[in-house]
Design a binder for this molecule. Structure first.
Ligand SMILES: C[S@@+](CC[C@H](N)C(=O)[O-])C[C@H]1O[C@@H](n2cnc3c(N)ncnc32)[C@H](O)[C@@H]1O
Length: 310
């Protein structure tokens, strides 16, 4: 697959795999509305530089609550059928996906793969059996987790992803700073771009992409959801390719990809806490300007009335 060229270039892969009796062309820098488990087979061996992926956790059936927009609902209501497999079916689905990821990844390329907390160790072992080398586990930590409504267990405040390599050591590890090259990322839930129920923090994905790839590299995600991997790749001049089976999530992702405002293209800072304070400072600044303008207007008006009368 052609992986070079600036982002936005219409580089395409001509696959020999046939779909609907025709030659199937899979375009990069596009999220395809396809079932990842079938469509990943269209991607050439050892053609992808980096995989950042967030497959279903298969916890849709659990009687837990989550927040979508401002509404609290059960996982099942929030995530529906895409997160509700029979356990054996899910194991097969996840394992086949890991095998395909290993196949499409270049030698010494790396993969960051999220999974449910209870499954993380299990799928690390699966990945190692397939041939990956385990490098680390990373946690994203919510500093404002939802309350535990039933008060029968701990509040859920972190998610895990494992970091593995096809080979002994990664071909790319840009050690950008001690602060950013730590295996914990803290963030606040509620700072989101879309209504997707499991949108991951964009700045975390930007961090992973900066560390584990270079400009022009190709980043893959088979489960794009709201398009976080694609948006972060685009912002950082990497190419991307990915799949999303749900049309309304795909629409959210495409809308996000097409937005080029200051807030969407380049966040102020790759740290959500600093963003929060910068945004707060911005709003306070705007309020001060409005108050001064009003005050100035009133004073002008008073002077005008005074001059007119006297
Ligand atoms: C955990 S979410 C990914 C969220 C994403 N990381 C984000 O930041 O928005 C998993 C996504 O995979 C999609 N999905 C589930 N099964 C799929 C399949 N077989 N092929 C492609 N997409 C699938 C779901 O619709 C869902 O949007």
């Amino acid at each position: 697959m052609g992986t070079t060229g600036a982002v936005g270039a219409q580089t395409i892969k001509k696959s020999t795999v046939e779909k609907n009796a025709g030659e199937f062309m899979i375009e990069i820098n596009k999220i395809h509305n396809l079932d990842c488990i079938k469509a990943i087979k269209l991607i050439d061996d050892e053609s992808v530089d980096l995989i950042i992926t967030d497959p279903p956790y298969n916890i849709g059936q659990e009687n837990k609550r989550t927040k979508v927009g401002n509404v609290i609902m059960t996982n099942k209501e929030a995530w529906g059928e895409w997160d509700d497999y029979e356990p054996a079916e899910f194991e097969l689905f996840f394992t086949n996906y890991l095998k395909e990821c290993f196949r499409i990844l270049k030698r010494e390329g790396v993969m960051y793969c999220f999974s449910a907390r209870k499954d993380n160790g299990f799928y690390i072992h699966k990945a190692v059996d397939i041939g990956f080398t385990y490098l680390n586990s990373l946690a994203i930590v919510k500093d404002n987790p939802l309350p535990h409504f039933a008060k029968t267990n701990f509040r859920s405040a972190f998610e895990l992803c494992f970091y593995v390599c096809k080979g002994d050591k990664p071909k790319t590890f840009n050690f950008i700073s001690q602060q950013e090259c730590v295996n914990v990322y803290r963030y606040l839930i509620g700072i989101k771009d879309t209504e997707h129920p499991t949108e991951k923090p964009l700045n975390f994905f930007r961090r992973l992409i900066k560390i584990s790839s270079n400009e022009g590299d190709l980043v893959f995600d088979g489960f794009m959801g709201s398009g976080t991997t694609a948006v972060a790749s685009k912002q950082l001049n990497r190419n991307f390719i990915g799949f999303e089976i749900n049309e309304s999530y795909l629409a959210m992702a495409n809308k996000r990809l097409s937005q080029n405002t200051l807030f969407n293209v380049q966040r102020f800072h790759d740290n959500d806490f600093i963003n929060l304070w910068l945004n707060f400072g911005l709003y306070v600044g705007v309020c001060i300007v409005i108050v001064i303008s009003l005050f100035y207007g009133i004073m002008q008006r008073k002077n005008y009335v005074k001059n007119k009368n006297g």
